[in-house]
Design a protein around this ligand. Structure first.
Ligand code: C5P
Length: 228
């Protein structure tokens, strides 16, 4: 079985290349988000794949269905392992994304973002969403499942009830992982890696706790050991 660990490469290119030489593709996948993609462009994906890593393209597409269809089609040419759209883009947008992936030969995992882990109840009220974070996440996750996406991104706090409410093979990806609960940075709905996996996460995304560590490989092994 592949490792549940996905390392968020929210770094400058030189730091990314230094990091990739120190870590092992059999221990983790990597995630390319807005920072690295915007500074380096799509060529960065191939460079990273050449080190042996599977790539999760985390650009959270959120646009009209036709634009998302085309954006996902372009992403498919990059041979990514996983990619995501933002489920707030609505049912037709999710359908468009699914249609593109379904027709592709590579068939990466298509994941919907629910509610960012940096938001909590007061923040989602502020943008006019009246449900609690929990209800909102469930509604969006069910929408993604109905539209045949492979899974969703949610916070560790929603894992247990999503696991109970959704199909067993529906993939749950969770960022917001902190080994010390008090150290949250800008993440609000957090848990430890072990709690997340025990509560049903298929994949956990960890950025700064690994990339800022003095020995990232040691930190990765420390986390993987917790799961044994
Ligand atoms: O450094 P840290 O572990 O907080 O990084 C978390 C990563 O997960 C970041 O790359 C962030 O963009 C991403 N992410 C998130 N919340 C989501 C989706 C993705 O924090 N809902």
């Amino acid at each position: 079985m592949s490792s549940p660990l996905i390392i968020a490469l929210d770094l400058e290119i030189n730091e990314v290349l230094k990091l990739l030489k120190k870590i092992n593709p059999s221990d983790c996948q990597v995630k390319i988000g807005n920072q690295l993609f915007t500074s380096e462009g799509p060529d960065i994906i191939k460079r990273i794949q050449d080190y042996g890593f599977k790539v999760f393209l985390d650009l959270k597409y959120h646009d009209i269905p036709n634009t998302v269809y085309s954006a996902v089609s372009s992403a498919l040419n990059l041979n990514v392992w996983m990619l995501n759209v933002h489920s707030l883009g609505g049912k037709e947008m999710l359908k468009a994304a699914y249609k593109t992936v379904e027709n592709s030969s590579t068939k990466p995992l298509l994941i919907g973002v629910t509610v960012l882990t940096s938001l909590e109840d007061k923040d989602i009220k502020q943008i006019g969403l009246q449900k609690s974070t929990r209800e909102q996440v469930l509604l969006l996750a069910q929408l993604c499942q109905n539209e045949r996406l492979d899974g969703v991104v949610c916070s560790p706090k929603e894992l247990s009830f999503l696991r109970e409410s959704l199909d067993k093979d529906f993939v749950l990806v969770t960022p917001g992982i902190r080994s010390i609960k008090s150290k949250k940075d800008d993440q609000l709905r957090t848990s430890t890696a072990l709690e997340a996996v025990n509560n049903g996460a298929d994949y956990i995304v960890i950025g700064r706790e690994i990339t800022n560590h003095k020995n990232p490989n040691e930190k990765i092994h420390q986390i993987l050991k917790e799961f044994q």
